[in-house]
Write a protein that binds this ligand. Structure first.
Ligand code: SF4
Length: 399
């Protein structure tokens, strides 16, 4: 079955069937602007044309297997047409309403990601970020990642990457309706941080980015699309050479080759840390973009003073921002423990002493959902992405 939102198949079809080309514009309007998921809902097309299109096309072929609603996130588990499962997460960034600022400050919950007492009464939706999957499973096998443990199942084609956003926009339409100014709430930011290593699905990832940036499709700003990679150096270079203008986040997790080989063995063996950092320097020089470094905090492994000094020295002359991510303990990895909070703060200070910008959030307020591990993914992702976006906004203001 073909996807109706995919120009590459729709346009030749319309031509072959002698259907006027302006129908393509109506279809795109219905899917991308009106966020419709069902061909029968496209009222600008005649019933005959809708029935004809339904013989060869679908808009949505995902089956929603599970949805987990949190105050700041919605997590979807989708079954693809081939029966495989992916996950997609929506993150809602809210600002406190001016009339509640003093009260909220007093309650010390202003913009706190750990707070789950965020109500529509006191907080206003500001923007929505989607964390999308690019593969089913992952071949990289980072030792701290559950997805890695599942192994690699398949690369997502560009249509299944884009459909995650179209589906989400349809969901957002139902959940939030229109803004005060009459425009629709939609996904504003896209991060490739879901299942999979996007750089190992490079061609489809790039094609999906073209659809995201297309003014007649999703029309997202290049500043609002971020690829997170574990360090596939060749593809970072290709991204630069292909002039794919998006933001980059590097899952560094270790400041030396030995530790990287332990944590991210497959990638570290292929591209050692010297080659990776040369590539990063090429990226920042070529694009002028600041890099976002993700760094996992694992007790007695990545969080020592010696390692902190190594990380500071590695990054002190590089244009970047480090985000410390407390490791999420999981029964699948019984040997790994998350760093103590005090140790995270000490580590942060050590890295900062080299002049590097570092963020970490208080994780002490984790709620009962965290305890069972169910929502760890959403919470950590939201934390990472909020920090990254704040950095991106600051960087834009500076430049
Ligand atoms: S690259 Fe990402 S998805 Fe793949 S194993 Fe590592 S952390 Fe998990």
């Amino acid at each position: 079955m073909n996807y109706l939102f995919d120009q590459a198949t729709l346009l030749p079809y319309l031509k072959e069937q002698k259907i006027p080309a302006f129908r393509a514009k109506q279809i795109r309007q219905a899917i991308y602007k009106e966020s419709l998921l069902d061909i029968d809902d496209i009222s600008t097309l005649s019933k005959d044309l809708r029935d004809k299109l339904k013989e060869d096309f679908v808009i949505n072929d995902f089956t929603l297997k599970e949805k987990v609603e949190g105050p700041e996130t919605t997590k979807f588990l989708f079954e693809l047409a081939d029966g495989k499962i992916i996950e997609t997460v929506l993150m809602y960034h809210r600002h406190v309403k001016p009339e509640y600022e003093d009260e909220i400050k007093q309650r010390k919950i202003l913009r706190s990601w750990t707070n789950h007492d965020i109500s529509p009464e006191t907080h206003k939706l500001n923007r929505i970020t989607i964390c999308i999957s690019s593969q089913v499973g992952c071949a990289v096998w980072c030792i701290f990642c559950v997805t890695g443990k599942l192994g690699f199942k398949k690369n997502l084609p560009r249509q299944e990457i884009v459909l995650q956003i179209i589906y989400a926009n349809n969901y957002i339409k139902g959940k939030f309706g229109k803004k005060e100014d009459g425009t629709r709430n939609k996904v504003r930011n896209v991060v490739f941080m879901g299942m999979g290593e996007p750089m190992l699905n490079y061609d489809e990832m790039v094609q999906s980015i073209h659809a995201m940036q297309d003014q007649t499709a999703l029309w997202l700003s290049k500043r609002h699309i971020t690829i997170s990679t574990s360090g596939v150096a060749d593809k970072i270079r290709q991204l630069i050479d292909d002039k794919i203008d998006v933001r980059l986040a590097l899952s560094l997790h270790a400041p030396n080759q030995e530790l990287r080989k332990e944590l991210i063995p497959m990638i570290a063996r292929r591209w050692d840390i010297d080659e990776l950092m040369e590539t990063i320097d090429y990226y920042t020089k070529s694009t002028g973009n600041r890099l976002f470094y993700e760094y996992i905090m694992i007790k007695d492994k990545t969080d020592t003073k010696v390692i902190g000094n190594q990380l500071g020295k590695l990054l002190k002359h590089r244009n970047g921002h480090v985000n410390l991510i407390p490791y999420n303990e999981n029964p699948a990895m019984p040997d790994l423990e998350t760093s103590d909070y005090d140790q995270i703060i000490k580590f942060k200070k050590t890295v900062e002493s080299h002049g590097v910008t570092v963020t970490v959030r208080d994780t002490l307020g984790r709620d009962v959902k965290w305890a069972c591990g169910q929502l760890w993914y959403e919470v950590i992702m939201k934390q990472r992405i909020e920090d990254m976006e704040a950095d991106a906004e600051a960087n834009t203001t500076e430049s």
